[in-house]
Structure formats: structure tokens, C-alpha cells
Design a protein around this ligand. Sequence first.
Ligand code: MTE
Ligand code: MO
Length: 317
Amino acid sequence: MPKFYAWPPARSAADVLERGTYALIIGSSIFLVFTGLWNIAYWLPWRFGFVQAHFYAAFVFVGAFLGHVAIKLPVMRQAFRDRGVLRPPARGPRQHARPEPFDEDSSAPLEPDAPTISRRGLIGVVGGASVLMGALWAGQSVGGWTRSTALFAPRGQDPEFPLSQGFQVNQTAEKAKITQDLVGDDWRLEVVGRERLRFSREELLAMPQHTEDIPIQCVEGWVTWQTWTGVRLRDLAIMAGVPDPDELEVKSVQPAGAFDDVVLRGSRVTDPQALLALKVNDEALSLDHGYPARIIVPASLGVHQTKWVGRLTWRPA
Ligand SMILES: Nc1nc2c(c(=O)[nH]1)N[C@H]1C(S)=C(S)[C@@H](COP(=O)(O)O)O[C@H]1N2
Ligand SMILES: [Mo]
């Protein structure tokens, strides 16, 4: 910690590099944690795309972490060579801890303070905190009574984040401004390719139905496995005259919102498990889960599993 703001800021090129990686590791961690918590609470005071920004920050974190390990590799190797792997201070109470010897090229302090924590203590604190964080999140994916232990995860605990048909809802129909005239009896699925077709829900239910166990994995940190039934996307592509599609544009009837228009590519849409789901666990989809029809594709993120689908546009390879 004190090295983070030590003066002068740069003692050598290696020092600059090392402190640069600290800045990136700490900066990206703070960004990920805080924007993540705000996003879960739907408090979104920023203008950037949350998902993309999180991917970029995660890449920055992993890159800076790997860079940091690479920079420190010689120091680690030297330390293990000088002191062995499990000799003090790796083992035993902190009173036995000895400071790193100072030399010009190391980042060890000139006048070290008394040790505050042993390596075992540090690993215990970090490990314990990680286990605690895991325990506080796991309930939202495990479900049942454990849901109430997920203190940072409001879904299923707060009336604003209800469950429907027994599992999490990301965006309720009400919040997405889905009205009865958008998804009532007049709803038709438009399927566009070489042909332009329209189907009612009854017509879709009369097509060959397939049932698959597929998870919804939300970037907000929860996952739920459900059993979905509906029409294979591949079958719809064939009907639209695009048997060998490259890409599928899915448009929701949702009036506005970040996920009302999604493009899926390659095996996401040609995989036999990829469905336009009409039912979940043998019941018609609830309005909150995307009635009359939603996308359910394997090995994907929740953000790609569009609800309240209005139009599918197939583009050939
Ligand atoms: N039209 C539409 N589809 C959507 C969304 C949305 O906001 N609008 N949210 C997506 C996200 S981020 C997730 S995680 C899943 C959640 O599905 P569920 O609400 O049925 O659990 O729906 C996806 N489909
Ligand atoms: Mo999501």
C-alpha cells in the first residue's frame, strides 16, 4: 500500500511499469465493483454501455494482473531461491516475519515498518473474504431458501424484482412497457428471409416442438436452468428460405430499451438446441418471461435471449 503513493513517483523504468499495473488493477477493480453494484440496483447514472464497459474493464484487469505477475516474476524467483518456499515468513506468526532485504532494483522499502500481518493471515483474509462474497451471491443462482442469503442480490427478495414462474426476471414486462395490444391476440411473429412470413402463437405451437434444458446467464451474476419448449430457430430459417443462415436479427416488440434488438451469429442460431421458446417448464411463458415468444439459445448470455419477440430477420451466408 505505501508503495502505491511513494515519492518520487518513478525510481526506474521497472518501477514505473510496476506502479502502472497497480493503477490499472486497482482502477479497473473499483470500476467493476461499483458500476456492478449500481447496475444491479438499476441506478445507471452513466452514458456508456454497461456490458461492453464491463468486458473492457475485465480485460484491463486481467491484462494488468498478468503484466504485474510478469514484472514481479524475477523478484518472486529470487525470493524463493534465497529463502526457500515455505520458510519464514511464509509460515508461522507475524512476529517471525522478516522484511525483504532492500536493494536498488527492488520495490522493498528502505525503512520497513513492523509487520502487520503474516502471509498466512493475508491469505486467510483474502480467502475468507472471497468465500464470504461467494456465499452472499450464490443464493440467487441456487434458489429456494438460500435466496434470502444473497444480500447483494435483490431478485426474488424485493417486490421491485419479483420472480415469475419460480425464477428471476431481469426486466419485467411493466418496466419494458409491454402492453396488451403489443402481445395480445393480434400479435404475430414476422419471419423475414427470402420469404416474408407471419405466424400467430397457435400456428407456432402447431409446428414441431422441441424441449431443451438451457440456462439464462445474466451478466449481473445469476444463472437459472429451466426447461424450454418451442420451435427450433433452424426450422424457422428453413421456412424463411434461408437454410444456411449467417446471422439472425431479433427484434422485440418492446418499444425501447437496450436489448430490444440483438444480432445472433453462427452456431448460436443454427444449433439444434437454439429455440424460439413458447413455454417454460410445460407452461405458457409468463408475460415477464417474454410471452408470446422469446429466444433461448445455448452457450449464450441472458442479454441475447430476447423476450417478446416480434420479428426474426435471417441473413444468408
Ligand atoms: N426484450 C427484452 N428481452 C430481454 C431483456 C430485455 O430487457 N428486453 N433482458 C435480457 C436479459 S439481460 C436477461 S438476463 C434475460 C432474463 O430473462 P428473464 O427475465 O426471463 O429471466 O432476458 C433478456 N431478454
Ligand atoms: Mo441479463
